[in-house]
Write a protein that binds this ligand. Structure first.
Ligand SMILES: Nc1ncnc2c1ncn2[C@@H]1O[C@H](COP(=O)(O)OP(=O)(O)OP(=O)(O)O)[C@@H](O)[C@H]1O
Length: 458
C-alpha cells in the first residue's frame, strides 16, 4: 500500500518491537520513521514535525526513565502540536501517569494489543487534525474580521465598546481619547460601520502629520491657481467624506487658526476650498481622537473651547493596555493568528505559559500597536518553533540596552538617554524607515519626528 497517512515516529530500542509494530503501522498506510536511541529520536524530531510520536521512555545510551521523561518534556515544548503516546515496558503506571502529567497524549503498556495500538493512533491523529482545523479557522476568522475585529473582554474595554455601540447609530460627534496605540482609530471605524452611514466613506485624517497650510488644503480642498503648484481643482477630505464619516485623528495637534475653520465647517456643513469664493455643502459625521488632555489645552489657550464642545458630543475613553491586562492573552493570540502568514509553515505560533507571564508583566507603553508588532516580530523570529518563549520577546532579551549612557546623572537624563538609544536601535532595525520605526515604538509618526528633532537624529 502506498503511504498516504501522516508520517509517524516510532522510538524504541527493541528491534523486534519496531519490526512487528512498525510493520503493522506501515500496513495501515502510515509512512514511518524509526529511532532506536535517544540521540536519533532527538535528531528526528528536530528535523521534522511529526503529528504523532510513539515513545519508549527507557532508551540507550542512559536507559533511564527520568531522562525519558525529560526528553518527553523537551519534545512537547519544541513541538506543541505533536501528540506523544508513551509505550512503557515495565507496566509501571507511576511513570506513565507522570508522562501524562507532562502532556503525553496516552500511554500503552507492553505487550501492546495491535488493535488497541491502531485505535489509539487513529484517535490521536484525529485529534491532531481537529486541532489544526480549529487553528486554521481561528486564523481565517482573524483574517476575515481583518483589522476591524475588536478583541477584548476586560471590564474597562467592554464599557468603552458598549458606550460606542449605543451612540453609533446616532449622528452625534464622538471624541475618542486614549494613549497612542490604544485602538482609537479602530473604534472610530467600528462606530462608522455600525452607523446609518456605514455604506458611505470613512475618511481618516491625521491632523498631526501635516503643516497647517497643507492640512487646510487637504481638509477643504483647493481650486486651480489658489497657490503655486495648484494646477487643478482638488476635492478636500470633507468632500470625500460626504455621506459618511470624517475621522479627525490627533485633533489636539491642530493649530488654533485651523481650529476656527474646522469649527465653522462642522457647525454649518459649509466647506470653503482654498481659493474658492463660494462654499459647498457636505453631510459629514465627525469623529475625533486625541491622546492629549484637551481640557488642559483649553485652560492653556491652545485648544478652542467652542470646538471642544462641538466635537465632544460623547467622549469615549480607551484605557491603556496596562489597565486591561485581562485582554492581553486574548489580544496576543489574536495578533498571532493575524500574522500566521509570516511563519514559515503558515501556522500561528503559540505562547508558552512563561511567555504569557512575561507579557503580563511588561508595561506596554506603546499599547496594542506595540503588542501587535511584538507578536509579528516573534512569529518571524521563532522560525520553525511552534511555541514562543520569554527569551523570544524583545523586552526580555539580554541584548536590550538597559544601562543609561555614561554622564547621565538625573533621572530625566537617564530616561532620555535610554529613549534615544531605543529610537536609534529601532531606526537601524527598520533601515531608517520612520513609519515602521514609529509603529514599532508605539508612537505616532508625528510623535517620532518630534523626538528625532529633540535628540538631533534628523
Ligand atoms: N480591541 C482591539 N482588538 C484587536 N486589535 C486592535 C484592538 N484595538 C486596536 N487594535 C489594533 O492595534 C493597532 C493600533 O490601533 P489604532 O491604530 O486604532 O490605535 P490608535 O489609538 O488610533 O493609535 P494612535 O493614537 O497612535 O493613532 C492597530 O493595528 C489596530 O488594528
Amino acid at each position: 500500500m502506498s503511504p498516504s497517512l501522516p508520517p509517524l515516529l516510532l522510538v524504541d530500542d527493541d528491534a523486534a518491537f519496531r519490526k512487528v509494530y512498525g510493520g503493522l503501522l506501515r500496513d495501515a498506510g502510515h509512512e514511518l520513521v524509526e529511532a532506536a536511541d535517544r540521540p536519533s529520536a532527538r535528531a528526528a524530531v528536530e528535523a521534522r514535525a511529526f503529528p504523532l510520536v510513539l515513545l519508549d521512555l527507557m532508551l540507550p545510551p542512559d536507559g533511564s526513565v527520568s531522562a525519558g521523561l525529560e526528553q518527553l518534556g523537551a519534545l512537547l515544548a519544541a513541538r506543541p502540536g505533536t501528540k506523544v503516546i508513551v509505550v512503557s515496558g515495565a507496566g509501571d503506571t507511576r511513570h506513565s501517569l507522570e508522562a501524562i502529567r507532562l502532556g503525553a497524549y496516552d500511554f500503552l503498556t507492553k505487550p501492546v494489543d495491535p488493535d488497541v495500538l491502531l485505535v489509539v493512533v487513529q484517535r490521536a491523529l484525529a485529534r491532531v487534525a481537529l486541532e489544526r482545523q480549529v487553528e486554521a479557522l481561528q486564523s481565517s476568522l482573524a483574517r476575515a474580521g481583518g483589522d476591524t475585529a475588536m478583541v477584548g473582554q476586560s471590564a474597562p474595554f467592554l464599557s468603552a465598546v458598549s458606550l460606542a455601540e449605543r451612540i453609533a447609530a446616532s449622528d452625534l460627534p464622538v471624541l475618542i481619547t486614549g494613549e497612542n496605540g490604544t485602538g482609537k482609530e479602530l473604534l472610530a471605524r467600528s462606530i462608522h460601520l455600525k452607523s446609518r452611514r456605514h455604506a458611505g466613506p470613512f475618511i481618516p485624517v491625521n491632523c498631526g502629520a501635516l503643516p497647517e497650510n497643507l492640512l487646510e488644503s487637504a481638509l477643504f480642498g483647493h481650486v486651480k491657481g489658489a497657490f503655486t503648484g495648484a494646477t487643478r481643482d482638488h476635492r478636500g477630505l470633507f468632500a470625500e467624506a460626504d455621506g459618511g464619516t470624517l475621522f479627525l485623528d490627533e485633533i489636539g495637534d491642530m493649530t488654533p487658526s485651523l481650529q476656527v475653520k474646522v469649527l465653522r465647517a462642522l457647525e454649518t456643513g459649509d466647506i470653503l476650498p482654498v481659493g474658492a469664493d463660494r462654499p459647498s455643502r457636505v453631510d459629514v459625521r465627525c469623529l475625533s481622537a486625541t491622546n492629549k488632555d484637551l481640557g488642559a489645552m483649553q485652560q492653556a489657550g491652545t485648544f478652542r473651547e467652542d470646538l471642544y464642545w462641538r466635537i465632544k458630543g460623547v467622549e469615549v475613553h480607551l484605557p491603556p493596555l496596562r489597565q486591561r491586562t485581562a485582554d492581553l492573552p486574548l489580544l496576543a493570540r489574536h495578533f498571532l493568528n493575524q500574522c500566521a502568514h509570516l511563519c514559515p509553515d503558515g501556522r500561528a505560533r503559540q505562547l508558552s505559559d512563561a511567555a504569557t507571564e512575561a507579557l503580563l508583566s511588561h508595561p506596554w507603553p506603546g499599547n496594542l500597536r506595540e503588542l501587535r508588532h511584538e507578536m509579528q516580530r516573534t512569529s518571524v523570529l521563532a522560525g520553525e518553533r511552534r511555541e514562543i518563549q520569554p527569551e523570544d520577546l524583545s523586552f526580555t532579551g539580554s541584548d536590550r540596552p538597559r544601562t543609561p549612557a555614561p554622564g547621565a546623572t538625573t533621572l530625566q537624563q537617564k530616561v532620555e538617554a535610554l529613549e534615544r538609544r531605543e529610537i536609534e536601535e529601532a531606526l537601524r532595525r527598520f533601515h531608517g524607515n520612520r513609519t515602521h520605526t514609529a509603529e514599532a515604538l508605539g508612537l505616532s509618526r508625528q510623535g517620532l519626528l518630534k523626538k528625532l528633532e529633540r535628540y538631533g537624529l534628523t
